[in-house]
Structure formats: structure tokens, C-alpha cells
Design a binder for this molecule. Structure first.
Ligand code: M6R
Length: 608
């Protein structure tokens, strides 16, 4: 979704804004713009397209020169991507950038028009806020912002400059994420830490309704009532390199390679004397014993991690688990009670539907647990308990390392819950935990072994119009993620299907040469899955089978076999995910797509 940045300090402001926006490109955008104080006047440059289009435009028309300003990458919601609809937007004395949605912008526009404010240039909800702020502005920016906040509904973050307050940047957060960076003699605003990490690791998290003022290189804060607020300065625990591609061609492949470390860093602090121990997250065996039902609620990849969680928790801990897409859960009037645990999984911790699912669960009295990667994000802060995954920043839109660390948390939770419930002996629990501890090495080996094979096999996929992913049990849960990965970055249609369900309709889609990727790592189900593979093969499908290194697969069933290490059966998704990620990655590369920033997609979906 949209990215906001702002800067006050000694550097060339335009350069800082564009460079910071580059670090937010992963969020997805279709236009960009900046506004900078140049000789005490606000100069705006904006353009449809990529940041490179904006830079070219500024080379031609002159870049704003100054030391304070705001910038934006826009992901269109209200009005098509165009120069006019790009941010910043202005009223007479106010210029601003905006992330999020203003729900009541039509009413506000009506109100402004009935008060003789008619000069709207764009189709955006943002311009309406700029005009409203201008309407309220009487020379006191904080008063105008506070009045505006009383009128505007929605979840949003704003970066604002006032024409008669040169070299000062204001910012406000209402739900949508916004941080304030504090360097030495310079201050920043940004939608996310990667934007500022090249300048400073120190930042403040703005809370809902808080206003920041960046002046003379220093950030200060007040609340919705105009009272000054002292905030805790935080330090990002990762460095500039983690938000850079380094030697890799794309963030996605870099992040695939980071998975062994990410998994290790996530599980190590949660294992004590060889047993799972989530007490550092405030979760005790007593608590885990108490839940009658578990609901896992999330979106996209995170929801797919929840599907694996369901199979594993139910199988080991014998507690019923329901998995819901957050966008459905929030409107399906779910039946929850105080004895239920709702687990919200989210990489960003800012996904609008997941956030609302969390709020709803709390209102209905359930206990809530967030499994989140971004520290201090809304979901992490609002849930009763949080287990942080330690994947570091995930920049590629297509999630890879965040998925594997989410899976590792699902395993830890399942093992500890199963032991607490007396469904797993200590010996069994130790054995499974030791197997989980060994997965980073197995993941690293899988990546090393399979890069070439997957690169080659992906050349067989690029001409496909459509393909199927099939599997049973945990393999089915994993195939959902494989299918999403492929379609989102290769733009090839694909479906995941429970292998045993094919015969009930979907098999009629099989035509000569159609690729079918079968995940067949669950030995207890292998024979049955192989029968399903043969059924599609005999109808002309080109079959690619992902199985473990020891399974014997009838050569007639498979055109290509991809073998992964054999580890504990229940943990197989931890290694079998790798070829699915690599196949998607190389198919996208071979098609010449923008792998890290696929069309129409945003990394963090902060609007409904
Ligand atoms: O930040 P979240 O984990 O809440 O995001 C949820 C989905 O938008 C996300 O997992 C999406 O499906 C992936 N980027 C796809 O690879």
C-alpha cells in the first residue's frame, strides 16, 4: 500500500525523500511524489509510474532544493493512477501525503463545497483532507490537525506541511502505521523502518491519534488533546544490509536463502532444555491446557501457515482448530467464547482484515495471540499475547521466509500444547523438538541441492496457461502456498486441490501437457497420492512430484521428481516449501516479470 516519508535536516531533502521511498517500493505503488520547502515556498514534483519516472521528471523540470519536505508512493484506491491523483495534494496553505482510507470523504467534500470550497483537482480522498485542514487552519497547525481528526473517519496516516511554517513537518497516525526516525540533527517520518535505516536506527512508534512535529532536526509529540507526550526511543535490531539485495538479483531469492537463519533465530529462544518453552512470550502450559477450541485467522500466505498449524495442532494436541481468512471471519458472525484462543498470524502486523479480526475476537471475549514479524506493529501491540517471528525485514512482496518462521511457531505451539494436554509424552516431545531444531540445516541443504533443478523445471512451466497443485493432508496445506507463490509472481493461473477431491470435478480441466505439481511427502498417504498422480498423468498432465529422498515413486507417474531431505513426517512442509518457492521464483524470472514487486500487489494490505 502507499508509503509515506518525510525529512527535516541538513541533507538534500529531495534526495533523502526519493531514496527513502525507494526502500518502500516493496509496499507496491503506481505513482510517486514529493513536496519540499524551497526558499520558504512549497515546491511539488509528482508523477504516475515508478520512482525512476519521478526522478526523470525532476531532472527535466528541476528538482526541489531544500531541507524539509514530505514524499509518497501511491497505491491507487480512489481514482486511477495519474499525475493529478498522485500525492502530495494541497489546499491553499496545506500540502500533505496520505496512507490509508478516509471513509467519510464524500460527506466532507459535500461540507466543504457547501462552504465555498470547490477547487478539487483530483478524484482522491486525500485532497479532501488537505482542503479540510486548510479550512480549519487559523495559523495553529496542531489545532487544525486536531479539528480535522475529529471530523475524519477511517484508518490513515498523514505527513503534512503548512506553507507558512517553513522547514517543519507534521505527521499524524490514525491506525495506519507510521514511525518517526531520530538521527543526529535530523528527523524523519516513514511508513516502515527500512525507509530510514540508512540514516538512523533510532525511531519512535507513533500511537493512534498522536501528532509528531519535526523541527530543527528534532521530533516532538502531542496527543489528540494537544498535550505533549514523551515517547520511548526504540532501536531497530537489524542493519542496513538486511534491507538491501546485496549479491542477490532479487529480494525474493535473498530471502529464500535467509530461511535457515530466520528459522533458527525464531525457534532457539523458545526451547529450554530440549523442550518447547513459550514462557518468554507470556504463554504457560497452564494457559495452553485451558483452550477448548482454537481459531487461526490470517490472510494469504499467513493463512496458509495457519492451515499447516491446523493439521499439526489437531494431530498432536487433539484440540479442534478452525482456520479462517480474516476477510471472511470478520463478517461471518463467528461463535467465540472466553474459552477459545484466536491466533492471528501476520508478517506485517498491519493487515487491515487481520487487525479487524483481532478486534472482533477481543470484543467477543476470546483470548488472542498474535504471531507477528514486525516489532511494535498494531496487531502485536493489541493482542493479549504475542510470539514474534524473527525473520528480519521481508521486502519481496511474495512471502517466503515469513512463511517458514510462521510454520516454526505453529510447530512450537503444537508441541507445547500437545505436551501440556498430555497427548505427547516428554520423550516424544523432546524428539520432535530436536527434529525442529535440526530443520535449519535441512532447509539450507534443500536450497543448495535444488536451485539448479528448479531453475530447469521452471522452464517447462513458463508457457503454461494454468496448472494445478495437489496433495493430501499437510501436503495439501503446503500446496496452497505453492500455488499462491506461483500465481502471484508468474501471473500463471493455478489452483491447489486436495488430491482425493480431483475426481469430483476438477480432473476435467486436465489437458495434454498441463503441469500438475504433486506434493507427496506424507508417507502415510503416499500410495493414495501416487494413485491420484497417475490419474492425471494418464489424462495427459505433465507431472512434477515433490517427495522425500527415500520414497519410491513409480517412474511412470512422474515426468520430473524433486527430492527433499526426509525429516520427521509432520515437519516435512519445512523443507518441501523450498522447491515450491524456487519453482515460483525461477518461473517469474524466466518470464521477465518484476519478481519483487508483482503487478497490482502490495506487501502490506492496510486497507480493506
Ligand atoms: O502481513 P501479512 O502477513 O498479514 O500479510 C498477509 C498477506 O497479504 C500476505 O501473506 C500475502 O499473501 C503474501 N505477501 C503473498 O506472498
Amino acid at each position: 500500500m502507499c508509503g509515506i516519508v518525510g525529512y527535516v535536516g541538513p541533507r538534500d531533502c529531495s534526495d533523502v525523500l526519493v531514496s527513502a521511498l525507494t526502500k518502500l517500493e516493496y509496499r507496491g505503488y503506481d505513482s510517486a511524489g514529493i513536496a519540499v520547502f524551497e526558499n520558504n515556498a512549497i515546491k511539488v514534483a509528482k508523477s504516475k509510474g515508478r520512482l525512476t519516472d519521478l526522478t526523470k521528471k525532476m531532472q527535466k523540470e528541476g528538482k526541489p532544493i531544500g531541507h524539509a519536505g514530505i514524499g509518497h508512493t501511491r497505491w491507487a484506491t480512489h481514482g486511477e493512477p495519474s499525475d493529478i491523483n498522485s500525492h502530495p495534494h494541497s489546499g491553499k496553505r496545506v500540502t500533505l501525503v496520505h496512507n490509508g482510507i478516509i471513509e467519510n470523504y464524500k460527506e466532507i467534500k459535500q461540507f466543504l463545497m457547501s462552504n465555498d470550497r470547490r477547487g478539487f483537482l483530483s478524484d482522491t480522498d486525500t485532497e479532501v483532507v488537505a482542503q479540510l485542514l486548510d479550512f480549519y487552519y487559523d495559523g495553529d497547525p496542531i489545532r487544525a490537525i486536531r479539528k480535522m481528526l475529529h471530523e475524519v473517519r477511517g484508518s490513515f496516516a498523514l505527513g503534512i506541511i503548512f506553507a507558512d511554517r517553513p522547514d517543519t513537518v507534521y505527521a499524524v497516525r490514525c491506525e495506519s502505521p507510521l514511525i518517526v526516525g531520530q538521527g543526529s540533527g535530523e528527523a524523519f517520518i516513514a511508513s516502515d523502518v527500512p525507509a530510514i535505516i540508512q540514516y538512523t536506527k533510532n525511531y519512535y512508534l507513533l500511537d493512534h491519534g498522536e501528532i509528531a512535529v519535526l523541527k530543527n532536526g528534532i521530533a516532538s509529540f502531542c496527543d489528540l488533546h494537544g498535550r505533549m507526550v514523551e515517547k520511548e526511543l526504540k532501536t531497530a535490531d537489524w542493519d542496513e544490509d538486511s534491507a538491501e539485495k546485496g549479491e542477490y538479483e532479487h529480494f525474493m531469492i535473498k530471502e529464500i536463502h535467509e530461511q535457515p537463519t530466520a528459522v533458527k533465530t525464531t525457534i532457539t529462544p523458545r526451547i529450554e532444555n530440549g523442550m518447547p518453552d513459550l514462557s518468554e512470550c507470556g504463554i504457560t502450559p497452564d494457559m495452553l491446557r485451558g483452550y477448548q477450541r482454537i481459531f487461526i485467522v490470517a490472510c494469504g500466505t499467513a493463512m496458509h501457515a495457519g492451515m499447516v498449524g491446523k493439521y499439526v495442532i489437531e494431530r498432536l494436541a487433539r484440540v479442534p482448530v478452525t482456520v479462517d481468512m480474516a476477510s471472511e471471519f470478520r463478517y461471518r458472525d463467528p461463535l467465540l467464547s472466553e474459552e477459545d484462543l484466536v491466533v492471528i498470524i501476520s508478517q506485517s502486523g498491519e493487515t487491515a482484515d487481520s487487525k479487524e479480526a483481532l478486534n472482533l475476537s477481543k470484543r467477543l471475549g476470546a483470548k488472542t495471540l498474535a504471531v507477528v514479524n514486525v516489532k511494535g506493529s498494531s496487531i502485536a501491540r493489541e493482542a493479549d499475547m504475542v510470539i514474534y517471528t524473527h525473520a528480519g525485514p521481508e521486502i519481496a512482496v511474495a512471502s517466503t521466509k515469513a512463511y517458514l518462521v510462521q510454520l516454526s511457531v505453529m510447530y512450537l505451539l503444537a508441541f507445547e500444547m500437545a505436551y501440556a494436554n498430555g497427548k505427547l509424552s516428554e520423550e516424544e516431545c523432546r524428539r520432535l523438538t530436536a527434529s525442529l531444531v535440526a530443520t535449519p540445516a535441512a532447509i539450507a541443504k534443500t536450497i543448495d541441492d535444488l536451485v539448479d533443478d528448479c531453475q530447469y523445471i521452471s522452464t517447462k512451466l513458463i508457457t503454461a496457461d494454468s496448472l494445478l497443485y495437489i496433495g493430501r493432508g499437510l501436503d495439501y496445506a503446503l500446496s496452497m502456498e505453492g500455488s499462491l507463490k506461483l500465481k502471484e509472481i508468474s501471473y500463471i493461473h493455478s489452483e491447489s486441490y486436495a488430491a482425493g477431491e480431483l475426481k469430483h470435478g476438477t480432473i476435467s480441466l486436465i489437458v495434454d501437457g498441463m503441469p500438475v505439481i504433486a506434493v507427496a511427502t506424507q508417507n502415510t498417504l503416499l500410495e493414495k497420492t501416487v494413485s491420484n498422480i497417475k490419474e492425471v498423468k494418464s489424462r495427459g498432465a505433465m507431472t512434477i512430484v515433490v517427495c522425500d529422498e527415500l520414497s519410491s515413486i513409480d517412474p511412470e507417474a512422474a515426468d520430473y521428481i524433486i527430492r527433499v531431505p526426509r525429516i520427521e513426517e509432520v515437519l516435512m512442509p519445512m523443507v518441501a516449501a523450498i522447491p515450491l518457492q524456487l519453482l515460483a521464483y525461477y518461473t517469474s524470472v524466466n518470464k521477465g516479470n518484476d519478481v519483487d514487486k508483482p503487478r497490482n500487489l502490495a506487501k502490506s494490505v492496510t486497507v480493506e
